[in-house]
Design a protein around this ligand. Structure first.
Ligand SMILES: *Cc1c(COP(=O)(O)O)cnc(C)c1O
Length: 339
């Protein structure tokens, strides 16, 4: 695989560390748990969207854009990191925010909403759940065109084949690190939402002829809906890369047991996971994604799926700012769903 032929901006001047988590591993008495610190990516505090935007923003710049237009839910990490990339590149940035939970967008909230204002978002349009987000973003692009400007639409979560190249690159980075440190990983656990991260990893591992199995922990859908989404994305990414051969469908596996009651709404296992990682390892997770994804890893270890003596790599995809919007929830001061 040759990623060097795709235009790319660099937002992280180093490989994110792979760290052993001795205290969490001991506590769970199962496999050795390692963590890929993609919460340390650039556009600080970065996250998985930083890697996708390296390729997406390079494409926007090649197309002469002056404004990035993107979309997300309230407290969107993706919107915040897209805005940070825009600031760094001297571009303007606009969002369409989908209120998947009615009245959940509070302009004055802490966390990512505070960051939207601090980094100077040009405009935010809030729309109800179920709105055609692509059409809403296209409308903004058309308005900009009439003013002689040029918008570039970054899809939700940065998830298309170009964005997924960021996680193909991450796979290359991980395999080089494993080689250098003579670490053999038996399983990878990653979040699976808008799907670009999971799909990029599956495609990258296939393209590198690595056979490390990947488990995607769903944050918004059950496997029957999530897996086809990830698989389509992986196929599109493989096509963009010009990979030979079809990616086998069974390489895409997800677990839908950890995201309820609803995307972005807290549950008890998320609160437990956030507290465990903070108190045992000093590592912040987030309530919407990595708290639920880590709850998935903890659950799979407790079920005996990952065993003593095996090495499991958890991908920390970031998200810390939204923690500051729900401090009472993650401190366990308010009741949350027990699902
Ligand atoms: C967006 C996001 C994810 C999910 O990644 P997708 O590529 O959308 O599937 C996971 N963790 C965090 C912190 C995120 O912001």
């Amino acid at each position: 695989m040759d990623l060097s032929r795709f235009p790319r901006r660099r937002y992280t001047p180093f490989a994110t560390p792979i760290e052993f988590l001795p205290n969490l591993s001991r506590e769970l008495a199962g496999p050795n748990i390692y963590i890929k610190r993609d919460d340390m990516l650039g556009l600080f505090p970065g996250g998985n969207k930083t890697r996708k935007l390296e390729f997406l923003v390079a494409d926007a710049l090649a197309k002469g854009a002056d404004t990035l237009i993107t979309c997300g839910a309230p407290q969107s990490n993706h919107c915040r990191i897209t805005l940070a990339a825009a600031a760094k590149e001297g571009l303007k940035c606009r969002f369409v925010i989908e209120e998947r939970i009615a009245n959940s967008y509070d302009d004055n909230a802490n966390g990512n909403h505070f960051m939207f204002r601090l980094m100077g978002v040009e405009d935010i349009v809030v729309v109800p759940a179920g709105t055609d987000m692509l059409a809403a973003m296209q409308k903004i692009a058309d308005e900009l065109t009439t003013k002689g400007r040029r918008g570039y639409i970054v899809p939700g979560g940065g998830s298309n084949a170009i964005g997924a190249l960021g996680y193909v690159a991450c796979v290359q980075e991980i395999l080089a690190q494993l080689f250098e440190t003579t670490l053999a990983i038996d399983h990878i656990v990653v979040g699976s939402g808008s799907s670009g991260t999971h799909a990029g990893m599956v495609t990258g591992l296939f393209g590198m002829n690595s056979h490390i199995p990947v488990m995607g922990i769903g944050v918004s859908r059950d496997p029957e809906n999530q897996e086809p989404l990830v698989y389509r994305e992986a196929q599109a990414t493989a096509k963009l890369l010009g990979l030979r051969g079809e990616i086998p469908r069974e390489l895409v596996k997800t677990d839908g047991s950890y995201w309820r009651p609803k995307y972005s709404l807290p549950n008890q296992r998320m609160v437990e996971a956030v507290q465990m990682l903070a108190r045992l390892e000093g590592i912040p997770l987030d309530p919407t994604y990595t708290g639920k994804i880590m709850a998935g890893l903890i659950g799979l270890i407790r079920q005996g799926v990952y065993k003593k003596g095996e090495n499991v790599l958890f991908i920390h995809t970031g998200g810390m700012p939204s923690l500051f919007a729900v401090t009472d929830v993650v401190l366990g001061k308010v009741p949350v769903a027990d699902v």
